[in-house]
Design a protein around this ligand. Structure first.
Ligand code: PLP
Length: 393
């Protein structure tokens, strides 16, 4: 019996039914009706050929996120889903940059992005310079005078101090001096921050985080208003590096996206209550939350973010031991090295994610021994506060 062909020859007829939920297409390739159709597809006619190039499930999700990033701006964007947030960032950089080009960025990037820049991009002859984007004179001077700078790469808010970059300022400079600009919008999602409205050209996400929201898939996305560069450069890099997303991960992401608005509202409302509580607690030294009027970037947050989001950090008096003791006492919240899920997640960077980084570099970027990062979930705020209280007291 020819089992293989028996499995594939019968194609169900989907035309008579319209699924309510986005269909999942777990297929590596797409069958052609005849050789003429195959030739047409390989000559550039639109259509799906092979899932590393495109897949109907992935395209539907990518298109939805592109529309969210453009919502209300009058702009249009193109998007490709990727295998992870890191796949999005590495595909973006590989697609846009070549040996000799410089990427201008900040030191307080997500650790994986900083490593990618310092260990992989530099190996390929790309120059990486990390500067303080609060120093507007320096940023302007560099973008005006250094023709080698081909990409400005930002993260705002940045881990763990929730420091912000003025997106309008950088977006305008990018336009003025012809430099491409990109941002990691993972912490905010388009519900809170729409970087295209400020003139930023590329947006990447780890959709693993808030966009999915349920911690059950790893994926990423690259979105851009530069259709030309997306089709010519980014798509080529994605297809040849093989950084495409699995349709199943895309499908899970799509399920999570349906509640994005509700979740971001609740994450933000809970986070403000928790930040205010922590700010009053005697065991707490500082609280880094954009929603507190005492945060150095509170006014900028009000200008470029619709809500203040679910991410914050706080430092404890008592350094490393206080941090470890606090984490060990937590009962209701979860200790996990991720963020953006519906449940509250805690991380002690000095002993976990930033363990291998020299103390001096850590501290320069605000990661002190007693610092705790919270990704505030959508549980009842009182339950989260009760857990933090019993651990702090
Ligand atoms: C801000 C930010 N960007 C990118 C990434 C990388 O995403 P992924 O783990 O999906 O590759 C992370 C992961 O924690 C992140 O926090």
């Amino acid at each position: 019996m020819n089992i293989t062909s028996a499995c594939v020859k019968e194609t169900p007829d989907f035309r008579s039914t319209k699924p309510h939920v986005l269909p999942l297409y777990p297929t590596s390739s797409f069958a052609f009706e005849n050789i003429d159709q195959g030739i047409a597809m390989f000559s550039g006619e639109p259509g799906h050929k092979y899932s590393r190039y495109s897949n109907p499930t992935n395209d539907a999700v990518a298109d939805k996120i592109a529309r969210l990033e453009c919502h209300g701006t009058g702009l249009e964007a193109t998007a490709y889903l990727t295998a992870s947030g890191m796949a999005a960032i590495s595909t973006l950089c590989t697609g846009l940059l070549q040996s000799g080009d410089k990427v201008l960025t900040q030191e307080n990037l997500y650790g994986g992005t900083a490593e990618l820049m310092n260990r992989i991009l530099t190996k390929n002859g790309i120059v990486v310079e990390m500067i303080d984007f609060k120093n507007h004179t320096l940023v302007e001077e560099k973008m005006r005078t250094e023709k080698q700078i081909k990409l400005v790469y930002l993260e705002s808010p940045a881990n763990p101090t929730m420091s912000l970059v003025d997106l309008e300022f950088v977006g305008n400079l990018g336009k003025q001096y012809g430099v491409l600009t990109a941002i990691d919008n993972t912490f905010c999602t388009p519900y809170i921050q729409q970087p295209f409205a400020h003139g930023i050209n590329f947006i990447v996400h780890s959709t693993t985080k808030f966009l999915n929201g349920h911690g059950n898939s790893i994926a990423g996305i690259i979105v851009s208003t530069r259709k030309d560069l997306m089709e010519q450069k980014i798509f080529t890099a994605l297809k040849l590096l093989g950084t495409n997303c699995s349709p199943f991960e895309a499908w899970l992401l799509h399920n999570g996206l349906k509640t994005l608005a509700l979740r971001m509202e609740k994450h933000s409302a809970n986070a403000l209550q928790i930040a205010e509580y922590l700010d009053r607690h005697p065991a707490v030294e500082t609280v880094n939350y954009n929603g507190l009027p005492t945060h150095p970037d509170h006014d900028l947050a009000k200008k470029q973010m619709r809500l203040f989001g679910g991410m914050m950090s706080f430092s404890l008096h008592g350094g490393m031991q206080a941090g470890l003791d606090f984490m060990n006492k937590i009962k209701f919240c979860t200790l996990a090295p991720t963020l953006g899920d519906v449940d509250t997640l805690l991380l002690h960077p000095a002993s976990m994610s930033h363990r291998g980084i020299a103390k001096e570099i850590r501290e320069r970027n605000g990661i002190t021994d007693g610092l705790i990062r919270i990704s505030v979930g959508i549980e009842e705020a009182e339950d989260i506060i009760a857990d933090l209280k019993q651990a702090l007291d």
